[in-house]
Write a protein that binds this ligand. Structure first.
Ligand SMILES: *Cc1c(COP(=O)(O)O)cnc(C)c1O
Length: 418
């Protein structure tokens, strides 16, 4: 018997194991695991939570899980007695081993493992403003699976990996923002021989990110009352909500779902704008504190998406300015003693706001997701390798798809001929 089934959130019918859409609805599909109790396995990295991941095997090398610990410094500073941090990044002193330094590692490993076990030889296409590209490149450099990265040219500084085998990775730099990259990627992935990673619709991504909640709940032996995260698409929020519902069904960790506190960076905050009617500046994502938090088409209204997650948990969305994020980042780094990426400081600023507006109580159990960090720490120990663009293109060039396919054929062909 299969360890899980994929169910349409709208109509409840079971769909094919590898599909991303319901036959009849535009709803998200959700995994339903046979095992209702979460039993951690004695496996490395994220595979510890294999029971609730839609995979049958593991990629032992290179994967890591979140690390949950109780904050002393920041908690004391904010007067919070039960502040727990889910650290996703590299911090050996706390046994945090995510070598691309963001929680996108939680999505890339299960996604690529699924492709492997399905014997799917197609080229995985990933559009990314950086952190996702890095996470998928990291896996592909370990497994040798073919990967096409489509990245905004201005995000090149985020294109590095901790390993050095890039022979299966084809990298294209695109003029324009993340949206141009997404559009080009979706055109390419319609072709034979290519497959898209599926974004929020990919259950391996969501359940991978959901392990943040699994790790925290097993560590503290209870569900938190509040969950804080910086979001672009909001998929992480949906993922932890789904994980929390499974943990409620498990029965050992309480029956109250954590309240989602999701934070975006003003003025480039589409989710926040959908709820509050605020404007999105036409210059976005230029000037953002961290442009990984910009996504023009977040899965807000789709059934099982961000709106449902917020409604179901009495959740809140926050708009955070660059200045608030910058101050929050400094406070965190000083009080907790590790460098973090810019994005998670938007979540910390939201936590500070929630304390000031008394949306949370000093005794409440709070989980703060530090979605990326430890890059400076990693650089003390590892020589990271920068990925070069194999090709740079303008999204309006009518020949762009053919140019990309020629480049891939040449690069991967040369590799296969070795
Ligand atoms: C992608 C990303 C986020 C936002 O994730 P969602 O997909 O919106 O949940 C937050 N922080 C970092 C570091 C990221 O890479």
């Amino acid at each position: 018997m299969q360890k899980y089934a994929l169910r349409c959130v709208e109509c409840g019918t079971i769909q094919d194991t590898y599909s991303t859409h319901c036959d009849s609805h535009d709803s998200l599909l959700r995994t339903e695991y046979l095992e209702k109790k979460l039993i951690p396995r004695n496996l490395p990295g994220i595979w510890k939570y294999s029971e609730w991941l839609p995979v049958d095997g593991v990629i032992p090398e290179g994967s890591a899980h979140s690390v949950t610990y109780q904050s002393e410094g920041l908690g004391k500073e904010l007067g919070l007695e039960n502040l727990y941090i889910s650290f996703n990044g590299y911090w050996p002193e706390r046994e945090a081993w995510m070598k691309t330094c963001s929680f996108k590692d939680l999505e890339s490993f299960p996604t690529m493992q699924r492709l492997l076990q399905h014997n799917d030889p197609r080229v995985m296409v990933v559009a990314s403003a950086g952190n996702t590209a890095r996470a998928f490149a990291h896996v592909a450099s370990i497994t040798g699976q073919p990967l096409l990265l489509i990245v905004p040219k201005m995000s090149k500084h985020r294109l590095w990996i901790p390993g050095d085998d890039t022979s299966s990775i084809c990298t294209v730099g695109v003029g324009g923002d993340y949206y141009s990259a997404i559009e080009l990627a979706s055109r390419i992935s319609c072709r034979n021989d290519f497959i898209t990673e599926g974004g929020a619709r990919n259950v391996a991504r969501r359940d991978g990110m959901g392990t943040v909640m699994l790790d925290a709940t097993l560590t503290t032996r209870r569900l938190p009352q509040h969950y804080f995260q910086a979001v672009g698409s909001g998929t992480g929020g949906v993922a932890v909500w789904e994980a929390a519902m499974r943990l409620v069904d498990d029965g050992r960790f309480g029956n109250q779902l954590p309240r989602l506190h999701l934070a975006q960076n003003l003025p480039c905050a589409p989710l926040y704008a959908m709820q509050s009617g605020a404007d999105i500046d036409s210059s976005c994502p230029k000037g953002m504190w961290d442009d990984v938090l910009f996504n023009r088409q977040p899965p807000y209204n789709v059934r099982g998406g961000v709106k449902d997650a917020l409604d179901n948990t009495n959740g809140l969305l926050y708009g955070i300015t660059n200045k608030e994020a910058e101050e929050a980042k400094e406070l965190f780094e000083v009080t907790e003693g590790i460098d973090i990426l810019n994005a998670p400081s938007v979540a910390i600023a939201a936590l500070i706001k929630a304390v000031h507006t008394q949306s949370i109580d000093p005794h409440d159990h709070i989980l703060l997701n530090i979605t990326g960090g430890g890059k400076e720490r990693l650089e003390q120990e590892y020589a990271t390798k920068e990925l070069d663009f194999d090709l740079t293109v303008s999204p309006t060039n009518p020949e762009v798809e053919n140019e990309i396919i020629d480049m891939i054929t040449e690069k991967l062909g040369a590799r296969d001929g070795q």
